[in-house]
Each structure stands twice: as structure tokens, then as C-alpha cells.
Design a protein around this ligand. Structure first.
Ligand SMILES: NC(=O)c1ccc[n+]([C@@H]2O[C@H](COP(=O)([O-])OP(=O)(O)OC[C@H]3O[C@@H](n4cnc5c(N)ncnc54)[C@H](OP(=O)(O)O)[C@@H]3O)[C@@H](O)[C@H]2O)c1
Length: 228
């Protein structure tokens, strides 16, 4: 399997590179040219295409021949970076390729998510301040996901809870809606978010799903998970 990781040099991206290599996949990474040095430790094991993730020329080159594309969607800046990134992947990935995109719980596919007042307040306050400072635009990530949800591609949008660092606790569990009791603990190790993204490429049950994830070892998961 050949996979492209769009946003490979970030924290999530580098974990995804590690998991993909562990599985024996051939890996192509796209990252901003100034960040390529963050991939020095794997430089001899992956191909690197330097470029902004919304650069359609870089994306076309990187996704060619890939069976799967893992994309880190970030709302940084106010130039529709996330939307440009998602659109490039949707337009340029190989027909039939499995696509997985990362985002947070604030993205809702069908409007049936139930949010805590804390999350609503964070999104409202951070969203307004970040846009005012031209630092980030949460609406850009919302628009990016709207386009993905409308696409007939084989996509999965993985919605991460609050993230923490630490050793792997195993593959996170998921549910369709924020507010479902199994998600109540609202925490996932970043390494396991990456594991879920990579594993999604080979899980057809997740095609055209927007799973909200939580650590499989968190109290809510232990209380509500159905035994296999
Ligand atoms: N942080 C959280 O608590 C949290 C919670 C839930 C979901 N998520 C989701 O998890 C994913 C990864 O987020 P993360 O917070 O863990 O960060 P991360 O993995 O470090 O990713 C940040 C990405 O943004 C890029 N980036 C940084 N500054 C940029 C700029 N000014 N312009 C363009 N790109 C820039 C980085 O690229 P360089 O390497 O080039 O800097 C990197 O690829 C995102 O999809 C996020 O929505 C995060």
C-alpha cells in the first residue's frame, strides 16, 4: 500500500508517518518547505514533497499512485488553507483512493451533535479572537469538511477529542455523535488519533463516516464500549 500524508511534519503527521511505516506502507509526505527538517529522522524511509498543503501542484505530485491519503486539516491563517487543502485532495487523489481527514469535535456532519457549554464557549471565543487576529479561521475548517461530506469519494472525517501526549493506549473507540455517553471522557492520546487515521484506510465500515473518537482506556469508553 502506498499512502500520502498531507501535513506530515506536524505532531499528528509524524505519528501517522510512524504508524504507516510500522505497517510496511510506502509513504509520501507533504509538508511546508520550512518544516521539512522536522522529518530528518525518517528522510531515508519516506519520499518528501515540499509544499504548502493547499498547493495543487505539490498535492498532484504527492498523491499520484497512492491507495490512501491521510490529511491533517488545520484552520491556520485566513486564506482558506483548510478548504484549499481538502479540495486539492478531493480533486487530485487517485479514483477509488481511501481518504481520511483530521479535525476536531466542533465539526458536525448532520447537526445532531450535542456540545457542552465549555466547547461551545471555546469555539465562540477562540473563533472570534483568532479571526480578529487573522491567526486562524475555524469557519474554514467547517467549509473544508462541508465539501468533503458532499463528495462521493471514499472519505472518512476523523473528529478528535481533546488531545494529550503519552504512550499508546490502543485504537480509540468511536461514535457518530458528540454527546453520546461513550465519548464523555473527551480525551485521546495524539499517537492513537494517528493510529485511528491510519487504520481507517483499511476499514470500509468507516467509508463516508465522521467518527468522533475517544481513548479506549478512558472511563467513558470502559463503561459504555460493547465487548467485541
Ligand atoms: N490540538 C488539539 O487539542 C486537537 C483536538 C482535536 C482535534 N485536533 C485536530 O488534530 C489535527 C492536528 O492538530 P494538532 O493540534 O495536533 O497539531 P499538529 O499535529 O502539530 O498539526 C499542525 C499542522 O499545521 C501546520 N501549520 C502550523 N502552522 C501553520 C501555518 N501558519 N500555516 C499552515 N500550516 C501550519 C503544521 O505544519 P508544519 O509542520 O509545517 O508547522 C502541521 O502540519 C488537526 O486536524 C486538528 O483539528 C486537534
Amino acid at each position: 500500500m502506498r499512502v500520502c500524508i498531507v501535513g506530515a511534519s506536524g505532531k499528528l503527521g509524524r505519528y501517522m508517518v510512524g504508524h504507516a511505516l510500522d505497517r510496511g506502507y510506502e509513504v509520501v509526505g507533504v509538508c511546508r518547505p520550512e518544516s521539512a527538517g522536522k522529518l530528518d529522522d525518517v528522510r531515508d524511509r519516506i519520499a518528501i514533497v515540499p509544499g504548502r498543503t493547499d498547493d495543487r501542484t505539490a498535492i498532484a505530485q504527492a498523491v499520484a499512485g497512492c491507495d490512501g491519503v491521510l490529511t491533517v486539516l488545520v484552520p491556520w491563517g485566513v486564506q482558506d488553507y483548510a478548504t484549499g487543502t481538502a479540495q486539492a485532495v478531493l480533486d487530485l487523489a487517485e479514483p477509488g483512493a481511501r481518504l481520511a481527514f483530521s479535525c476536531g469535535w466542533h465539526i458536525s456532519r448532520d447537526g445532531k451533535d450535542v456540545y457542552s457549554w465549555k466547547l461551545k464557549a471555546f469555539v465562540a471565543v477562540f473563533g472570534a479572537l483568532a479571526r480578529l487576529a487573522r491567526f486562524a479561521d475555524l469557519k474554514d475548517q467547517v467549509e473544508a469538511c462541508r465539501r468533503i461530506f458532499a463528495s462521493d469519494r471514499r472519505w472518512t472525517v476523523v473528529r478528535g477529542s481533546n488531545l494529550e501526549e503519552g504512550e499508546s493506549e490502543g485504537l480509540p473507540v468511536w461514535s457518530r455523535h458528540v454527546g453520546d455517553p461513550i465519548l464523555a471522557s473527551n480525551r485521546t492520546r495524539r499517537i492513537d488519533f494517528a493510529l485511528f487515521m491510519v487504520a481507517a484506510l483499511e476499514n470500509d465500515e468507516l467509508v463516508q463516516e465522521a467518527p468522533a473518537i475517544v481513548s479506549c482506556r478512558s472511563p467513558s469508553a470502559l463503561q459504555y464500549a460493547t465487548p467485541a
